[in-house]
Write a protein that binds this ligand. Structure first.
Ligand code: NAP
Length: 333
């Protein structure tokens, strides 16, 4: 491959980050055994952090952000991957220390590449993307490590209109769980009901501070991409034996809690990390996303689409918590 291609590039300059479309040459791509023609990427909260001065996410400059992508292999130095194969790449250094999905081509190490599971198109894979994968990983951890099942009682999903939140609501509801969604967006209650939420709580309620170490036990489990005071609330209100999968920090990184939920109710705090999930588990979770973890709304309401030229506006809005669901980037245009 020797042709030039379009990329959205973020470049640190003094105390600001310049971002916009540029034309790149293949020799400007990083090392890797697999060259992928990118069809779709998606916008995750972390992508926005990678393009702002104090985001503490980008580790190289200039950087092509985009922490996930789906596309076709055009060159492969790996016996496991063949030309023309449809693949997904996400996590590891992609879009943070290694050029990512916001470009027409990406070159990556073969160890980062997952064959697109049967049953998902490239566009659907990115409608799910890192956020959907993280939601599915969270469900997997709760079910496999804590034995959670649909009859156990209400499961709380926080930041419910966000990427992780919406896909978590859709996955749990499709699996028969009673889902209670918490959101700061009153105007999106219909959207959350459409995805399968049975009840909706306000963000104020689920991020309230309290001097009480435990409160009325309500949740069999929770999926929490918000963190901060919200995670503290969840720990105080999990039922005995309940568990929360914690994946994010849009509500802050500090966690102020006590040991009492752990020692009086035997609750568990599970960490969900999409970046370094071992490859076997990663493939396994994607297989489930293509099958029994396919969320409600995947083809209808979860994602909207932009092209590379529309990224700027979405990256601004996601940092303000203003984006609903997922945004797929149609890189090929
Ligand atoms: N561990 C991992 O591997 C992993 C993977 C993916 C994402 N994450 C993290 O998970 C978090 C969510 O990612 P995302 O892609 O889903 O982001 P997103 O689409 O922007 O969704 C975040 C949601 O959080 C809620 N929110 C925003 N600001 C808030 C605040 N100040 N207090 C409480 N809630 C707030 C909003 O939902 P409502 O308006 O509905 O309340 C917002 O839509 C981020 O911190 C991200 O870095 C981690």
């Amino acid at each position: 491959m020797d042709q030039e291609f379009q990329a959205f590039v973020a470049e640190q300059q003094d105390d600001k980050v310049e971002r916009g479309l540029q034309t790149l040459r293949p020799d400007q791509l990083p090392e890797g055994d697999v060259l992928v023609k990118v069809a779709y990427s998606s916008v995750n909260y972390k992508d926005a952090l990678a393009t702002i001065p104090k985001g503490q996410v980008a580790r190289v400059s200039p950087l092509v952000p985009g922490i996930d992508l789906a596309g076709d292999v055009v060159e492969s130095g790996s016996a496991e991957l063949s030309e023309g194969q449809e693949v997904i790449v996400h996590g590891y250094d992609l879009g943070v220390a290694h050029h990512g999905g916001f470009a027409e081509y990406a070159r990556v190490p073969a160890e980062w590449v997952i064959p697109l599971p049967e049953g998902l198109s490239k566009k659907q894979a990115m409608a799910l993307g890192t956020a959907g994968y993280t939601a599915a990983l969270s469900v997997h951890l709760l079910e496999q490590q804590r034995g959670l099942s649909a009859g156990d009682g209400p499961v709380l999903v926080t930041g419910a209109t966000g990427g992780v939140g919406s896909t978590a609501v859709g996955i749990l509801a499709a699996r028969g769980y009673e889902v209670v969604a918490s959101s700061g967006k009153e105007a999106e209650h219909d959207y959350l009901r459409e995805l399968g939420a049975a009840e909706i709580l306000s963000r104020d309620e689920t991020s309230a501070e309290s001097d009480r170490p435990i409160e009325r036990a309500r949740w069999a489990a929770a999926i929490d991409p918000v963190g901060g005071a919200t995670l503290a609330y969840i720990l105080r209100t999990l039922r005995p034996g309940g568990a929360v999968a914690s994946s994010g920090n849009t509500g802050g990184i500090a966690l102020t809690t006590t040991v009492l939920p752990f020692i009086l109710r035997g609750v568990a705090l599970l960490g969900a990390d999409s970046v370094n999930t071992p490859m076997e588990l990663r493939r396994h979770v994607w297989q489930h996303l293509a099958g029994d973890m396919r969320p409600n709304g995947l083809d209808e309401s979860i994602a909207r689409e932009v092209e590379l030229g529309g990224l700027e506006e979405v990256l601004e809005r996601i940092l303000e918590g203003g984006v609903r669901g997922r945004t797929v980037v149609n890189v090929a245009g």
